[in-house]
Structures are given as C-alpha cells and as structure tokens.
Design a binder for this molecule. Structure first.
Ligand SMILES: CC(C)(COP(=O)(O)OP(=O)(O)OC[C@H]1O[C@@H](n2cnc3c(N)ncnc32)[C@H](O)[C@@H]1OP(=O)(O)O)[C@@H](O)C(=O)NCCC(=O)NCCS
Length: 151
C-alpha cells in the first residue's frame, strides 16, 4: 500500500478538489474550485489533505460556528479519491478535523442513502439527531443531521 501523507489543504489544491468533488458528488451540486478557495480563505474553517506521492487523494473541512464559547463545529465536506477508498484515509481525515474541534460538539449532514459515510461517522461517535427533507437541492435527496457530543 502507498504511503499517505496528511497535512493542510492549500489554495493550490482547489482545482484538484473540484475535480474530486465532481467524481464523488456527481448530480449533487459538486463544489467548484472557487468554493474551495472561499472555504480556505475563511479563518474559522480548517481543512486537511491526504496525499500520495504529492497527489491529493483526500480532503476534509470543518467550520467553527458562533463567536462565543462554547463553540460548536460543523463538518463541511469530506472526500477520498475512489481509487484510494477503503484504506482508512477517510477516518484519518475525519480525526484531523476532530483535532481542530477539540472536545466541542460537532454536527454534519449526510445523505440518508450514504451507507459508507454513515458507518464511518457512527464508528467515530456521531448519532443521528435529525432528518432534513430534500436537503440536497439538485437531487432532492434527504439528509440526516448527525451529532458527535461534546467530549
Ligand atoms: C465516506 C468516505 C470519505 C470514506 O472514506 P474512506 O477512505 O473510503 O473510508 P475509510 O477507509 O477510512 O473507512 C472508514 C469506515 O467507513 C466505513 N466504510 C467505508 N467504506 C464503506 C463501504 N463501502 N461500505 C460500508 N462502510 C464503509 C466503514 O465503517 C469503515 O471502517 P472499517 O474499515 O473499520 O470498516 C468515502 O467513501 C468518500 O469519499 N465517499 C464519497 C464522498 C462522500 O460521500 N462524502 C461524505 C459526504 S457526507
């Protein structure tokens, strides 16, 4: 198995992120390059990257909500190149987001039919706390809101 290197996501990765998004979220409003640039420019966001031989194979980002403590956090996106899925990269990226959130509560939305992501989130302590009908505008798919309680 190839060596995976974890580190910060940078604006130079934005085009590759958009390429991966269109593979991973086809039909569900994949983010374009400019969306990643905007996310990376926001100082309350934290983005991590997974690379193999300098190629970006995974990315994930989280936002800190609110201005006063106790903060809550929201996972904005996570994706792994299909050729590299199932090797533990997604879990490692998610844990990189946990490092930024510390012991605070974390929320996310996930398509109700996304069994792989739901299994990952549940195994990392998230529980379903809500159902958002037609959350995904293009496909009209429903989402669960999941929460990982304050530790
Ligand atoms: C969700 C995603 C990021 C997981 O990344 P990954 O690197 O493949 O995941 P990992 O190898 O770290 O696996 C972690 C856990 O996820 C779950 N999982 C991963 N692939 C799975 C699959 N095909 N079926 C069921 N569970 C799966 C398992 O619980 C797994 O733990 P295990 O290996 O101990 O069984 C990846 O599948 C992906 O990019 N999907 C498309 C984008 C997406 O749906 N993002 C989430 C939007 S909310």
């Amino acid at each position: 198995m190839s060596t995976v290197v974890y580190g910060p996501l940078t604006p130079r990765d934005a085009a590759r992120c958009a390429e991966l998004e269109s593979l991973l979220f086809d039909g569900d409003d994949p983010w374009p390059e400019r969306a990643f640039l905007a996310e990376l420019a926001a100082k309350h966001n934290h983005y991590v990257a997974a690379r193999v031989d300098d190629k970006l194979v995974g990315y994930a980002g989280i936002a800190r909500l609110g201005r006063v403590k106790p903060f809550e956090y929201e996972v904005h996106t996570i994706g792994v190149d299909p050729a590299y899925q199932g090797q533990g990269i997604g879990r490692q990226l998610l844990r990189g987001l946990f490092d930024f959130a510390g012991d605070a509560a974390i929320f996310l939305e996930v398509r109700t039919d996304n069994a792989a992501a739901i299994a990952l989130y549940e195994s990392e302590g998230f529980e379903q706390v809500g159902l958002r009908k037609r959350y995904y505008r293009v496909s009209g798919a429903d989402a669960y809101t999941m929460k990982r309680d304050r530790r």
